[in-house]
Design a protein around this ligand. Sequence first.
Ligand SMILES: [Zn+2]
Length: 323
Amino acid sequence: MTELNYRPSVSAVRYIPPRSFRPIRFVSAALVGAVLAVAIGWVYVFALAQVDHIVLRMGSTALCGVVLGLLCVKVVRYARVASQPIAALLGCALGAITLYTSWILWMRRIINAILQRRGVHVSPWYLVRHPIELRDMARDVNRFGTWSFGSNIIRGLPLLVVWLIEAILLIATAVYIAVKSAAPSTPLCRECGASCERVRRLPRLAVDRAEDVVAVVEARNFAALAEQEPLLHDDDPELNFYVYACPRCGGTNVLSLQRTAWVIENGQQTVRTKVLVENLLITKEEVEQLRQLGAEFAERKAAASEPSDGLNEPSETRTDAET
Ligand SMILES: [Zn+2]
């Protein structure tokens, strides 16, 4: 790989993800989330009581995790959480609340079924205030088995494993969704907060003059790109643009330039990419300029390849620059 000896222009401004985390919003949204997590736990236990098959039960657990994850996404977006650990903690906390709620309601149902004959009734609030008793009851239920699996009484270690799988499935699903939403895969608009969308049909260039292209892009002198050679063969190494633009207000446009090449490694074809320009902020007009260049380059490529099919120079000469 050739060294790139260019000097980045001082005018180049990079995109930095918005990190205006709002602690007060976070605390208030997390509290609302906690209340909703209790409600989800209530619905979850109700749903579990309706289904008997193990697959349906696991499906209910996963679905409950997804609903919790979406709740986390709301909190993360509202409070502009950009930290994955905070999002993960939120997912864990809401998942634990839902799980604990479901435990209390489920245990209450079992206890009341036993105590019904004696005319005694236990309220969920009693179990909230007596966690030690709740734990002892759970231990008893584990020892004698639960009758919620129809005729198959599962008890002891298998039941413990079922409980653990349930807890892990529920919390892991919520945490996964929460963490994903805290680290969006596309840039967020710095003006309006919308997720930027990829701009398609941008120029694809040959790699022969990569240094020139990088210098031109860093200087945002996009008009000079017209002098570059288009990519003539799809399999050749290429320089490609990744531009993400705000679909709502157009206030944020982020450009990256990558070098992509197919290489053979251990007998297998793999794509190698190298970022040459990263997260450069450009204007809406410059995006339009790049789009027009993309159309021009596509035309030039079509014109170059059409009449001389078979007369093309062997591709080795082009790939020589690669090695
Ligand atoms: Zn915007």
